[in-house]
Design a protein around this ligand. Structure first.
Ligand code: ZN
Length: 429
């Protein structure tokens, strides 16, 4: 088959995403399907009933614009609703359907996750549609789903079934998928320990109006070996955080101090799992590397470095168990685990909306003994010396949060007493 070298093979894109979905445990081996529509109207789609763990490019089916089917297998039995979505929405060029656990749970209780739980989810997913149950593979299911997409939704919960998402390309659809499942998990985890508090559109818009303008650009960049080593450490760490479920494609900011107040930071709008060393951005003398857009949390990072000479690396992230504490009034009581408390100390919560207009207040809350804080309905910020130390603290915080959530269903939490804390300080500090 002749391939246009300027556009990567859609079959490669599809198998890449299906492997990512399967590895992230967002679908079962036969559940779920993906399609991509090309400019000429041809649709590439995953085959029916083939093991997602071993799907190869040759297994992907092409349904030509005239309806001719080419390939080694039958197209997915759910292809009818993919086709119906494309017919109702010319702007949608890729569709992902899957049965991820948290979103399936919402579909079973006939509920829609409210994406106003954190700004990221609202921005990436928008409001969510809801398609009533109809038998899988039938024309009726295509009709109800396409009707929801015609209302402008890009993500639709399928009653007692799963979820379907559209995007301007496959990457866009996958980032939306991951973010929506993450929002659903956050809501579910928060419900296990208390009541999630949702933001209003006004609160989100107010916060976003405070995001400072981008720094001026500079061509005065240089890449000595220590700078290149930092780039690699940031990119490696971001991939690891994605693999460990601590970050998703749409979120997470990592930075490392380079010289004085100069540092390197992750970019904006590049999915975290495909970020490369070249995407990392140098911030030098208050200016950004020309032609690149840094994470929007840049100014908070800059302020933390300026006011905390002991901090040499920062991670801002939204792991799903820590976020349960960020979006509810439940306390992340680190005192339940001496080892966690020793590394994290008490983790304070800052009100939502303060991340930009009071960046100075946030920066002043860190000290060598207080490395982490939570911004309500937004994120956790963890600081440290070496990047691996900061990452370890993030992992400890997420494991602690998870243990607290599980513990809540088992019995009454017994934190350490102040005497036991003092004993710990005497021995290790
Ligand atoms: Zn399905």
């Amino acid at each position: 088959m002749k391939m246009n070298p300027s556009s990567p093979d859609p079959r490669a894109r599809i198998t890449g995403v299906i492997q990512r979905i399967y590895k992230a445990r967002l679908t079962t081996t036969t559940g779920g399907n993906i399609s991509v529509r090309e400019e000429n109207g041809d649709i590439w789609v995953t085959p029916s009933g083939i093991d997602k763990g071993s799907l190869e490019q040759k297994d992907i089916i092409c349904v030509r614009k005239d309806g001719t089917i080419e390939g080694l297998h039958k197209p997915s039995s759910e292809f009818t609703f993919h086709k119906a979505i494309y017919e109702s929405r010319p702007d949608i060029r890729a569709v992902i359907h899957a049965h991820p656990p948290a979103l399936v749970s919402f579909s079973m209780v006939r509920n829609i996750p409210d994406t106003n739980i954190i700004p990221l989810a609202r921005n990436v997913c928008g409001p969510i549609g809801y398609a009533k149950y109809a038998i899988s593979g039938g024309a009726k299911l295509g009709e109800v789903i396409a009707a929801e997409f015609s209302k402008g939704f890009k993500a639709v919960i399928m009653e007692n079934h799963g979820v379907v998402l559209g995007g301007e390309d496959l990457k866009d659809a996958y980032v939306r998928f991951e973010t929506l499942e993450f929002a659903a998990r956050t809501i579910f985890n928060a419900r296990s320990i208390g009541n999630p508090v949702f933001l209003t559109n006004e609160e989100i818009d107010n916060m976003e109006s405070q995001i400072p303008a981008d720094l001026p650009e500079t061509d005065q960049v240089e890449h000595p070996s220590d700078e290149l080593a930092i780039r690699k450490s940031i990119s490696d760490l971001v991939h690891r955080a994605c693999d460990q479920g601590l970050m998703i494609g749409s979120s997470g900011t990592v930075s490392v101090r380079w010289r004085n107040d100069d540092f390197l930071i992750t970019p904006r709008n590049i999915p975290r799992w495909e970020m490369s060393t070249e995407d990392v951005i140098q911030i030098r003398a208050g200016k950004r590397e020309a032609g690149k857009l840094p994470s929007r949390a840049l100014q908070v990072h800059a302020r933390i470095y300026k006011e905390n000479p002991h901090v040499n690396s920062i991670i801002l992230a939204q792991p799903p168990h820590i976020m349960a504490f960020a979006v509810s009034n439940a306390e992340l009581n680190v005192r339940a685990i001496p080892e966690s408390w020793y590394f994290l100390r008490d983790v304070p919560k800052v009100d939502f909306g303060k991340q930009f207009d009071q960046a100075g207040t946030i920066a002043s809350m860190f000290s060598p003994r207080n490395p982490a804080l939570i911004i309500r309905n937004d994120s956790i910020i963890v600081t440290g010396d070496k990047l691996m130390q900061t990452f370890d603290r993030l992992e400890i915080a997420e494991f602690t949060a998870r243990a607290l959530i599980i513990g809540k269903t088992l019995g009454e939490l017994v934190p350490m007493t102040q005497d036991q804390i003092d004993e710990l300080i005497d021995k290790f500090d």
